[in-house]
Ligand binder design. Structure first.
Ligand SMILES: Cc1cc2nc3c(=O)[nH]c(=O)nc-3n(C[C@H](O)[C@H](O)[C@H](O)COP(=O)(O)O)c2cc1C
Length: 495
C-alpha cells in the first residue's frame, strides 16, 4: 500500500514538474516570438518583472519609491506619457495631476475665457525653409521632428524604424553626424544631412569637405545642417567608442574599424562667423538645398555677431535655419563635466536667439528649431511661444522606440536594441511595430500642441506668442514669458 502511495506521489510530482516545465517553455517561446515588447523579446521570462513592477508600481510606489516627477533626466510621468502616446493609448489621466505648479520654472498656459470652436480651428501651416534663397526650398509640415542621432550612436533597426515612422507622420529626420546610411532612406522621409566636424559621409580621402559627395547627397536629402556644437558637449566633437565601430559604420564614416571615432572639437576650416557664413552660402549654391547651423549657446555674443555679419554681407549668407540645442540636451556619449555644466539651458538660450534675430530684422529669413528635453506637448508649445518655428527631439523618439532610460547608450549594451550593435539585443526592436509608435508619437504630439493652442484661444499652433505662457518664479507667483523676455522694441510690431 505504502509503495503504491509513493508511486502515485512520485508520478504526481513528475506530472507537476512536466506541467511547470511546459508552461515555462510556452511562456519563453511566446516571449521570444511576440513583436510588441522589446524587453520580453530580449529578456524572456525575467522581463515580465519589468511589466509587473510598472503596473503594480502604480499602487505600491507611493510607499517605497520616489514620486512620478522626481527622476532625471526624464521623470516617470513624462516617460509614461510618451509610452502611452506611442502605443496610441491616449493621454488621459484620472483623479488629478502629479505636476507641482509651485515649482520654479513650471509652465502654465494662459487659457482663454472663450476658446475657439471646432469649426474655427485651422490646420497648423507648413513653413518653407530656404524660400527665395535656394533652388529647392523645403516644405516642413510637422512641428515636432527627429533630432540628429548618428547611425553608430543608434542601431540600424532604430534608424529604419525612425525613418519609416517619420515618413508616416510627415516629419523630418536629421542624420546626426555619422553620415547618411542606407537605413535613413528606408521610409522615404525628409532628411536633414548633418555636416559634423569630422564631415563623416561628406568628406574626401583626406577628411576634407567633398563637393562631389555633397552634390550626390543633395539628391537624397532635403537640407544640410552644419553642426557647430550640441548642448550635451559644446567644445567637444562627437565620440563613438571603439566597441560600437563595426565594419559598416567604419565604412560609412571613412575611419578604421574598432577604433574610437572622435571628431574634432570644431570644423578645422570654420574658425569664425565669416567663414561660417561663407560655408553656408557655398554649400547652398553647390547643392541647391537649404543650409542651417546647429549650435548650443554660451551667451549673446555669438548670435549678435552672426546677425551683424549677415547684415553686413547680405541675406544670401544667412543660415536658412538655426537649430538651438539647450545645455540639457542628450548624447550617445559625452563627458559628464560638459553635460552637467556647459552652455545655456534652452529656456534661456531660445528667447535670446529669437530676440537677436528679431532685433536684426532676420526673424522671417532664418527659421528657428529648438531642442532640449522638448518631449511633451507642453514643452513643445512653450518653445513655440518663445519663438521657435519647429522642435527637434532625440530622446522623445527614443522613448517612442521603447527606450527605458537605462543610460547605457555609450556602452553598446542598450537593453532595448536602440543604442547597440549587438544583434541579440537588436532583435527586440521590431521595425514593423516600432515605426508605428514613432509615427503615433509625432502625430499625437502635434495634435496636443494644437489642443493647447485652441485652449489659449488660438486657431493653430503657429499663433503662439510669449503672452500665452506663464513661468512660475516661486510658489504662487508666475510671470508671462513676455515679461521675462520682452520682445525687442523695434520688432514688437511683427512679433
Ligand atoms: C543617442 C544620441 C545620439 C546623438 N547624436 C547626435 C549627433 O550625431 N549629432 C547631433 O548634433 N546631436 C546628437 N545628439 C543630440 C540630439 O540631437 C539633441 O540635440 C539633444 O539630445 C536634445 O534633444 P532631446 O533632449 O530631445 O534628446 C544625440 C543625442 C542622443 C541621445
Amino acid at each position: 500500500m505504502s509503495s503504491l502511495i509513493n508511486l502515485l506521489t512520485q508520478s504526481a510530482g513528475t506530472l507537476l514538474g512536466l506541467l511547470v516545465f511546459a508552461a515555462v517553455v510556452w511562456v519563453l517561446a511566446s516571449d521570444i516570438t511576440q513583436k510588441k515588447h522589446t524587453i520580453l523579446r530580449n529578456y524572456p521570462l525575467v522581463g515580465h518583472l519589468r511589466y509587473l513592477f510598472e503596473k503594480q508600481g502604480e499602487y505600491f510606489r507611493q510607499y517605497f519609491f520616489a514620486g512620478d516627477r522626481e527622476e532625471m533626466p526624464f521623470n516617470r510621468a513624462t516617460r509614461a506619457w510618451v509610452y502611452r502616446t506611442a502605443k496610441g493609448e491616449g493621454g488621459v489621466i484620472g483623479f488629478g495631476s502629479t505636476n507641482d505648479l509651485r515649482e520654479p520654472g513650471s509652465i502654465i498656459f494662459a487659457n482663454a475665457p472663450f476658446p475657439v470652436l471646432e469649426e474655427e480651428r485651422l490646420p497648423t501651416p507648413s513653413l518653407l525653409v530656404g524660400e527665395g534663397f535656394c533652388v529647392k526650398p523645403f516644405a516642413a509640415r510637422s512641428v515636432i521632428n527627429i533630432s540628429g542621432m548618428s547611425f553608430g550612436a543608434i542601431s540600424a533597426p532604430a534608424v529604419q524604424a525612425l525613418s519609416k515612422g517619420a515618413a508616416l507622420a510627415g516629419c523630418w529626420m536629421c542624420t546626426g553626424e555619422g553620415g547618411l546610411a542606407p537605413y535613413h532612406l528606408a521610409g522615404g522621409c525628409d532628411l536633414i544631412m548633418q555636416i559634423g566636424t569630422a564631415k563623416y559621409g561628406i568628406r574626401d580621402a583626406e577628411g576634407n569637405f567633398s563637393a562631389e559627395r555633397a552634390r550626390v547627397l543633395a539628391q537624397q536629402v532635403s537640407a544640410f545642417e552644419i553642426k557647430l556644437s550640441q548642448g550635451a558637449k559644446p567644445g567637444k566633437g562627437g565620440v563613438l567608442l571603439a566597441s560600437k565601430v563595426g565594419s559598416e559604420i567604419a565604412a560609412i564614416r571613412g575611419i578604421p574599424i574598432h577604433t574610437d571615432s572622435i571628431s574634432p572639437n570644431r570644423h578645422p576650416d570654420i574658425a569664425d562667423v565669416d567663414q561660417l557664413l561663407e560655408r553656408i552660402a557655398f554649400v547652398r549654391d553647390l547643392t541647391g538645398r537649404p543650409v542651417g547651423v546647429k549650435t548650443a549657446i554660451g551667451g549673446e555674443a555669438f548670435i549678435d555677431e552672426l546677425c551683424e555679419a549677415v547684415l553686413r554681407r547680405g541675406l544670401h549668407y544667412a543660415p536658412d535655419f538655426l537649430t538651438i540645442d539647450g545645455g540639457e540636451g542628450g548624447s550617445g556619449a559625452a563627458p559628464q563635466t560638459l553635460a552637467d555644466h556647459m552652455s545655456l539651458p534652452l529656456a534661456e538660450a531660445l528667447p535670446r536667439v529669437v530676440d537677436a534675430l528679431m532685433a536684426a530684422g532676420l526673424r522671417q529669413r532664418v527659421k528657428v528649431i529648438a531642442s532640449g528635453k522638448l518631449v511633451t506637448p507642453a514643452r513643445v508649445a512653450w518653445a513655440l511661444c518663445a519663438g521657435a518655428d519647429f522642435v527637434n527631439s532625440a530622446r522623445g523618439f527614443m522613448f517612442a522606440l521603447g527606450c527605458i532610460q537605462a543610460m547605457r547608450c555609450h556602452t553598446n549594451t542598450c537593453p532595448t536594441g536602440i543604442a547597440t550593435h549587438n544583434h541579440r539585443l537588436q532583435r527586440g526592436l521590431v521595425i514593423e511595430e516600432k515605426h508605428l509608435r514613432v509615427a503615433n508619437y509625432a502625430r499625437i504630439t502635434n495634435k496636443e500642441v494644437d489642443m493647447i493652442a485652441h485652449a489659449c484661444g488660438l486657431r493653430h499652433a503657429r499663433e503662439f506668442r510669449r503672452h500665452h505662457v506663464r513661468i512660475v518664479q516661486t510658489a504662487g507667483h508666475s510671470l508671462l514669458l513676455g515679461e521675462l523676455y520682452p520682445y525687442p522694441a523695434a520688432a514688437r510690431v511683427t512679433a
